[in-house]
Design a protein around this ligand. Sequence first.
Ligand SMILES: [Zn+2]
Length: 170
Amino acid sequence: MKKHVHQWKRWSRTDEEVAYRCSECKAERTRPTTAREKAAIKRHWRRFDRQNKAMHRVYHDFTRRFLVKDGDGNYSVWKWTGYELMERVDKWAKKHPKDVITCGIDDTHHACSDLVFILHRVKRRLWGTSCVVLTQCDGIPPKEYFMYPGHRAGIQEALAKMATYGPMGL
Ligand SMILES: [Zn+2]
């Protein structure tokens, strides 16, 4: 390592200590966290918790309403399936017009089914979207997936391509 003046950059901060690391040689040094910093950390996490709760509020409501906990304490068992579930979710979605979007698809039995999008909104942006595929007659439990904005952009692009399909001329 070349002789140099350490370039200390803050590396991590906990309630106990603040760590610095030299961006040249990766040497580390720490000092105890000050009372002022501790207060700032507390404020940060309080804000984070509040935002987190708000952001996942509607999805948590969905989970508690339509699923029950399994033996491990995870919400993984659906209370209803098929048409009955679709009807209930539809009613619930109408109560959350800003956070829930639904549209129709067909399942493998060509029976009307639903796609449900539950937005995880923060103050100025959409953090992500929980998606649920509710099929009516194929006997498969609802399937969930998640979209970050990048995923949504990819799907949007795919749909845009579909809209400009080339006819086969058959
Ligand atoms: Zn250094």
